[in-house]
Design a protein around this ligand. Structure first.
Ligand code: NAD
Ligand code: TYD
Length: 355
């Protein structure tokens, strides 16, 4: 079996569902169930004996030792992280704790487990670290997209903590020989995405008739990757990636934020028209994010060249599926919008003036 950390979050849950549907192997899913962890996303596999959920923290070394010894995974896919840039600006401490200290603790527990494996299992073992393109910093309008050799220039507490975790993973390979793989991917979107991030926030706010908050001039560019394409890329890298190597994963979909918001509004106008008029009437420009990176873009040619991986979805097909999913899963949305999420909306948008 494999061990997944953070498998109750957005990408982790999609990965667990995808893994169980496309392989015969079991998954142990270790997740602390922070505000971003949601077992409802895994409802469809709650009775599948191949999915074992362990509620726990990656900073807890004795728990990690126990889980590794009990389940003897052949590989680890490490998703668990604090992942929201705006939250990292309001409170960076939990990002340092989970992303840096948690990755360090996991690496140490894995090193101890891996060192004691018999030679054939030791050779086959893999530690797959899931990271982000944000570690490379911000691109100018004419710059070439990020390759794997791009300088690390993280600008937010989130990206700095992920960059630190990438460096730890690299060092554990070079120093101790731990068989690691790292993927740095662009912005994901798709089902089960927590509505604090751009695309799901715009969908749920529009449906609720609430303002659609666009930061600054809305001309910041992100490179969008459908989450199921990210899952297939991880499966490929885990199966056939070169040890110690980094692979950039992207969807070749660079779009300014304002274009994303207009696309979401147009799809909602088509699929669930509002008698009050186009959802675009709700677009509201608000004060920009401090230190807001202007442009991210991924050059994913290494993954295509070496492992023949290409995204299956275009942005047009992926965003249509995503909007449809949110319209069909209103109960998931309603449940996720309770508690901590409501507090976050008040803290973050409460005194964010319209600009
Ligand atoms: P998410 O915030 O939706 O989920 C994170 C999960 O980790 C949650 O289930 C949470 O409960 C769990 N978690 C947090 N702290 C933990 C701890 N201390 N111990 C155990 N579990 C803990 O994040 P996501 O969007 O699914 O991202 C997954 C990974 O992919 C992260 O490492 C993130 O940096 C990376 N990534 C995400 C994106 C994106 O667009 N979402 C893009 C690039 C890279
Ligand atoms: P986000 O989904 O938070 O991802 P990231 O910051 O990791 O790229 O934001 C995507 C882009 O959308 C980013 O440029 C910030 C912008 N944004 C808004 O304009 N309004 C919002 O309410 C949010 C959450 C994000």
């Amino acid at each position: 079996m494999i061990l997944v950390t953070g498998g109750a979050g957005f990408i982790g849950a999609n990965f667990v569902l995808d893994w169980l549907a496309s392989t015969s192997e079991s998954v142990v899913n270790l997740d602390a169930l922070t505000y971003a962890g949601n077992l409802e996303s895994l409802k469809s596999v709650s009775k599948d004996p191949r999915h074992v959920f362990v509620h726990g923290d990656i900073c807890d070394r004795s728990l990690l030792d126990r889980v590794l010894s009990d389940y003897q995974p052949r590989a680890i896919v490490h998703f668990a992280a604090e992942s929201h840039v705006d939250r990292s600006i309001h409170g960076p401490a939990s990002f340092i704790r989970t992303n840096v200290e948690g990755t360090f603790t996991l690496l140490e527990a894995c090193r101890a487990y891996w060192s004691a494996l018999p030679p054939n299992k030791k050779e086959a073992f893999r530690f797959h670290h899931v990271s982000t393109d944000e570690v490379y910093g911000s691109l100018g309008p004419q710059d070439a997209p990020f390759t794997e050799t791009h300088l690390y220039e993280p600008n937010s507490p989130y990206s700095a903590s992920k960059a630190a975790s990438d460096h730890l993973v690299r060092a554990w390979h070079h120093t101790y020989g731990l068989p690691v793989l790292t993927t740095n991917c662009s912005n994901n979107y798709g089902p089960y995405h927590f509505p604090e991030k751009l695309i799901p926030l715009m969908i749920v706010n529009a449906l609720a008739g609430k303002p659609l908050p666009v930061y600054g001039d809305g001309q910041q560019i992100r490179d969008w990757l459908y989450v199921k394409d990210h899952c297939s890329a991880i499966r490929e890298v885990l199966a056939r990636g070169q040890l110690g190597e980094t692979y950039n994963v992207g969807g070749w979909n660079e779009k300014p934020n304002i274009e994303i918001v207009h696309t979401v509004c147009a799809l909602l106008d088509e699929m669930k028209p509002d008698p009050a008029g186009s959802y675009a009437r709700l677009i509201t420009y608000v004060t920009d994010r401090p230190g807001h990176d202007r442009r991210y873009a991924i050059d994913a040619r290494k993954l295509e060249r070496e492992l023949s991986w290409k995204p299956a979805e275009t942005f047009e097909t992926g965003i249509r599926k995503t909007v449809r999913w949110y319209l069909d899963n209103t109960e998931w949305v309603a449940n996720v919008q309770s508690g901590n999420y409501r507090e976050w909306v008040n803290t973050h948008y409460g005194d964010r003036g319209a600009s």
